[in-house]
Design a protein around this ligand. Structure first.
Ligand code: ACO
Length: 321
């Protein structure tokens, strides 16, 4: 077969059982459901159980995506895992996931691009597929942010949640991933960071998330706008050609600004931030899976994925379903 493109042929996702509502958080920090909801659109988030690791969440999402694609784990030629909350320093969470899937030999590696991780992972896997050497790839975004939050800091702990999403890419003679566009600017590293590291047998530096919320907000809105323009121009498409926007789910106000830029009504935007909060690299595949399974995203439609995250990193992928 003379194919040099890839298509998404299956999606899956997983959310830990435990739900933490804004009302629950009112009991822990000086906040209110009203403050959180009006500033962010978040009502609740899922929290991994003790002992439930990022690779466990990834495993459930991957199994679901494999079932949807109608292939076995043994058919995979490539595993790309986007996470900022790996199980351990090494091996990579992708390798741990591969072992849990019960397969061997295919390349498996992590991509670290924080909230843009899934778009980075998808673009990476698509590039591999375009060489023609791979038939089936698994791209997973999975996170356990609950482990890197300062639960006494109301300005950050209310924003994030745990979860995982996955897609299976299949080699095809026509493109599903039409284009992807990745960017980074490390000069913004301090605006959103977990500055801890392991050194000399100890954790050195603060291993908890810290953020300049206003700075992130400003940058994210502009970056999302630029991504829309870039993705449309690269494909010679108009805003009206986009059927669905599946943005990173950080904050409903950032999402609304991006939809406005596209001239899309919010009915054409997949929103999960109210129920999932910000699950970083997992947020886009979680949202995608929901919209595919409930029948909103259908064959032949154009779907724009876009994300901004720590680094800063930002990226978009334009996908024909
Ligand atoms: N509950 C109640 N009050 C709070 C809370 C809280 N959870 N958190 C902060 N406040 C207070 C602040 O202390 C401040 O009080 P003060 O005026 O007495 O000093 C007041 O609320 C306003 O704080 P701001 O930070 O100015 O609030 P803002 O309206 O900017 O909203 C927010 C903050 C929601 C974090 C916003 O800046 C934002 O969404 N930024 C984007 C951050 C983000 O999404 N990061 C995720 C990772 S990056 C990404 O995924 C794109």
């Amino acid at each position: 077969m003379n194919s040099t493109y890839s298509r998404i042929v299956g999606t899956g996702s997983y959310l830990p059982k435990k739900v933490l509502t804004n009302r629950d958080l009112e009991l822990a920090v000086d906040t209110t459901d009203e403050w959180i909801y009006t500033r962010t659109g978040i009502r609740q988030r899922h929290i991994a159980a003790d002992g439930e690791k990022t690779s466990d969440l990834a495993l459930e999402a991957s199994r679901s995506a494999l079932r949807a694609a109608g292939i076995a784990a043994g058919d995979l030629d490539l595993i790309v895992m986007a996470t900022t909350t790996p199980d351990m320093v090494f091996p990579s969470t992708a390798c741990l996931l591969q072992a849990k899937l019960g397969v061997r030999n295919c390349p498996a590696f992590d991509v670290q691009a924080v909230c843009s991780g899934f778009v980075y992972g998808l673009s990476t896997a698509d590039s591999f597929m375009r060489t023609g050497q791979y038939r089936n790839a698994l791209v997973v975004g999975a996170e356990t942010y609950s482990r890197i939050l300062d639960w006494s800091d109301r300005s950050t702990c209310v924003l994030f949640g745990d979860g995982a999403g996955a897609v299976v890419l299949r080699r095809d003679s026509t493109p599903g991933i039409l284009s992807s566009h990745l960017h980074a600017d490390g000069s913004y590293a301090n605006l959103l960071t977990v500055p801890g590291t392991v050194a000399g047998g100890k954790v050195s530096g603060r291993p908890l998330l810290q953020m300049d919320g206003g700075g992130v907000f400003k940058f994210a809105v502009k970056a999302m706008d630029d991504l829309v323009e870039e993705a449309l121009a690269a494909n010679g498409m108009q805003k009206s050609d986009i059927d669905w926007l599946v943005p990173h789910q950080a904050n409903i106000r950032i999402i609304q600004a991006s939809a406005k830029k596209l001239g899309l009504s919010m009915e054409k935007v997949v929103v999960t931030v109210d129920r999932h909060a910000n699950t970083s690299a997992a947020s886009i595949p979680l949202a995608l899976d929901e919209a595919v399974r409930d029948g909103r995203i259908r064959t032949g439609q154009h779907v724009l994925l876009e994300a901004v995250g720590g680094g800063f990193t930002w990226g978009a992928a334009l996908v024909k379903w």
